[in-house]
Design a protein. Sequence first.
Length: 434
Amino acid sequence: MQITYRPMSDGRKVAISVDVTELRAREKELKKAQAAAVAASNAKSAFLANMSHEIRTPLNGILGMAQVLEMGNLSPEQKDQVSTILDSGRNLMALLNDVLDLSKIEAGKIAIVSADTDLTHTLRRLHRLWKPKAEEQGLEFYLSLDADLPQVLNFDAVRVRQCVSNLISNAIKFTAKGRVEVFVTAKKMADDKHMVKIRVSDTGVGMDEETTGRLFRPFTQADDSTSRKYGGTGLGLSITRSLAELMGGEATVRSEIGRGSEFTFTFLAGEAAPQHRVVSEGMSMSEDDSRSTLKNQNLRLLLVDDHPINRQVASLFLRPFNMRIVEATNGKEALAALDRETFDVVLLDVHMPVMDGTETIKAIRASGQSWANLPVIALTADAMTGDRERYLAMGMDGYLSKPIAERDLITEISRVRSLSPEQLKASRDTKMAA
């Protein structure tokens, strides 16, 4: 019972009594429901993180060994078979990533991580990546960069690549003949910002207005026959629009049946620091440079992973580069190896028995030994939002999520090797202090 007293003009008081039993019960139920919702959301996140880790680990073996086979002396038929394995594995990986991204977007846990990056290099690399797929279908594939497009800007290269790849993949998938074109422009905005506009047009089947209206909804495709004929989950465009909005832009579509479609993706990018040396993906050395440099260095590499298949995959990737590789199955063995021998680079798994990767990197950095500032690259099946930043903040110099591509491993080793000890330490200290 809740009683309220109010004074009257004649000096007397009136008491108002209200039965709040039902109100209090409902408030209690609401708090209980809110707590249950938070617990369910946390449980869902934990489940997805665990499932992501458990799926990525065997996929690392499947895709890794398939990449090794692909580099061998195969007959045309065998090459086709290996290509099928790789395509199927990558499709499964893309499906997993889409489901995880959608879950993170719904939970508001997607983080936009911007860095000074060579935009033109990023776009040209995407063009090279997708050109073979377009040509395989008999399509012409063009990239047009505006003459006034700034070369280096501050943006999230990972998310921009993801969005543009979604649009290019979609255009190639639904275009039976003709061409796919990518046009890129940028408009200077206030506060040293640039609105980057990327248009992907095709000469594909096209869509009516009703279809385009629902195209950006999760799990939505043109119709049921689209899923049966072309595959896919219908998540890519929904994720692209959500990411575009998180980056201050938007994703839209114009289409006409029989004449094709044009998807537009925009995002805000900041000015790059004038004297900032870019060491992220966009400005990294070329793949050919990475390979030739590594072959001539005769590196000594410590490979730390408790999973024998993961160690085998990494060793086979690195075999052509004349490296001396020492293996360890946990952090304790790794520290003992560092005491015994001299190494140039450490590849470090995170989840291991006896002594895991997080304990190991802390021990390395705090050791005071000559190897305390060795470049260390995390190789992990942890690929949720914030994992990369978390491990870099612990003292790692690089991060690769499993399943690992041979190209990415070579490029990352070359990147950390191209930096001086002083540059590595300065970069590490900045991330650890963030």
